[in-house]
Write a new protein. Structure first.
Length: 77
């Protein structure tokens, strides 16, 4: 089953767009596939960066953590 596709129009520097087209053409890559993959990979990097920042921030409160069993017992009462 094919996934639905849509068009995403963005404005970018002309030189960047031309370099991507040349890059894809030289390597036999489809332009849309390459751009889609790049966007997905960049989103994953941004999410990882956010997760690492959250871990760093929450590390300071780790000593206040309660075991899951204890937490659930309090919730049931």
């Amino acid at each position: 089953m094919k996934k639905a596709k849509t068009t995403l129009a963005v404005k970018m520097d002309y030189g960047v767009a031309e370099n991507v087209k040349i890059f894809c053409r030289e390597r036999g890559l489809k332009y849309g596939y390459f751009v889609e993959k790049a966007v997905v990979e960049q989103m994953a990097r941004e999410e990882l960066r956010e997760d690492l920042l959250d871990m760093k921030t929450l590390r300071e409160t780790e000593s206040q953590a309660v075991a899951l069993d204890e937490y659930l017992k309090k919730r049931r009462v």
